[in-house]
Ligand binder design. Structure first.
Ligand code: 5GP
Length: 345
């Protein structure tokens, strides 16, 4: 047994220190980024925020709206091949720039991925997602996907440490997804005691990835637009959001009415709810590592997107960053013991 004595930080442990700035208005801040990916060599330009590949978040309806603002959606893996066809038939070609096809690592998942990509060759992004990205078999799967799809941009995760980021990048991933345990409906830390505070994971993994020419996604743990700014400030190239985008018209999950109030069901993809829906129940050898919650119904997703993008632009102006690209260079985090004033919450 060993103890690492360094304190690891989450979003709530820091604030971003303001800096003198010559910027006149937040309206001038450019939130678009352009990346050339390590293996696929594809160039992507857009606003690097991604709706999570959860069936209550990463829906086709959300993808359509988010694409309109330049954001990405990791479309959840439970749509059928036919549903993909119907959706893409009705969309302009520009949608391909904003979609990721999610997959697990089973032979059935691989087979389905191959069929979706064969039907829609313009799809650029493949998101290989497992709860624990540390298994050797996972790295082998990433290698197999890289061999099969040499020109696709491959995202692989989740991990939280630099050495595993490097291994996945060397194995063929272009982008590594970072986050174990920070999610709003995740119970991994409670059930297993395993995890890593998200901001430190992002800072350390970004450093490892950028050294090899790779990219990272900060996945999970953002509870407000300020956390999104902190993730980018810490070096994330993309930020993935679940809970912040749940509860809208475009989100999946049943609408519930109780006592005149409306809620939407939101659950982790490893929750008992998801496993009952897709895997015929929770297998005896495992426990569920996700919660099921009812979130207040929030109407259309558009105002939420605008609120997040507005917060991010404002964060950039506070530190004098004229573009999102400059945010991390201009970020100094201060460790704090307080965040929001709670008098009226
Ligand atoms: P949020 O933005 O809601 O804080 O986090 C979203 C992320 O939580 C997802 O992208 C995914 O990585 C993670 N997640 C989703 N469902 C589950 C689950 O059931 N268990 C765990 N451990 N993580 C989950």
């Amino acid at each position: 047994m060993r103890i690492e004595a360094d304190v690891k930080l989450g979003f709530k442990n820091v604030l971003i220190r303001p800096k003198r700035s010559t910027l006149k208005s937040r309206a001038n801040v450019n939130l678009e980024r352009s990346y050339t990916f390590l293996h696929s060599r594809k160039v992507w330009t857009g606003v690097p925020i991604i709706a999570a590949n959860m069936d209550t978040v990463g829906t086709f309806e959300a993808a359509r709206k988010l694409a309109g603002f330049g954001l990405l959606t990791a479309v959840h893996k439970h749509y059928s091949i036919e549903e993909w066809r119907t959706f893409l038939d009705g969309e302009p070609d520009s949608i391909y720039n904003h979609l990721m096809v999610s997959t697990g690592t089973s032979p059935d998942d691989f087979d389905k991925l191959g069929k979706i990509i064969a039907n829609h060759t313009q799809l650029q992004f493949i998101c290989i997602d497992v709860a624990n990205g540390y298994a050797e078999a996972f790295v082998d799967f990433v290698k197999e996907v890289r061999q099969t799809f040499p020109d696709k941009t491959i995202i692989a995760g989740n991990v939280v440490t630099g050495e595993m980021v490097e291994e996945l990048l060397l194995g063929g991933a272009d982008v590594v997804k970072v986050g174990i345990g920070p999610g709003s409906v995740c119970t991994t830390r409670v059930k297993t005691g395993v995890g890593y505070p998200q901001l430190s994971a992002v800072i350390e993994c970004a450093d490892a990835a950028h050294g090899l020419g790779g990219r990272i996604i900060s996945d999970g743990g953002c509870a407000c637009p300020g956390d999104v700014a902190k993730a980018f400030g810490g070096g994330a190239d993309f930020v993935m959001l679940g809970g912040m985008l749940a509860g809208h018209d475009e989100s999946g999950g049943q609408l519930i009415e109780r006592g005149g109030q409306h809620f939407k069901l939101f659950y982790g993809m490893s929750s008992a709810t998801a496993m009952e829906q897709y895997a015929g129940g929770v297998a005896e050898y495992r426990s569920s590592e996700g919660k099921t919650v009812e979130v207040p119904y929030r109407g259309p997703i558009e105002p939420t997107i605008l609120d997040i993008l507005g917060g991010l632009r404002s964060a950039c102006t506070y530190v004098g960053a004229g573009a999102l690209k400059e945010l991390t260079k201009r970020t100094t985090f201060i460790r704090v013991m307080e965040q929001e004033n709670q008098v009226f919450t």
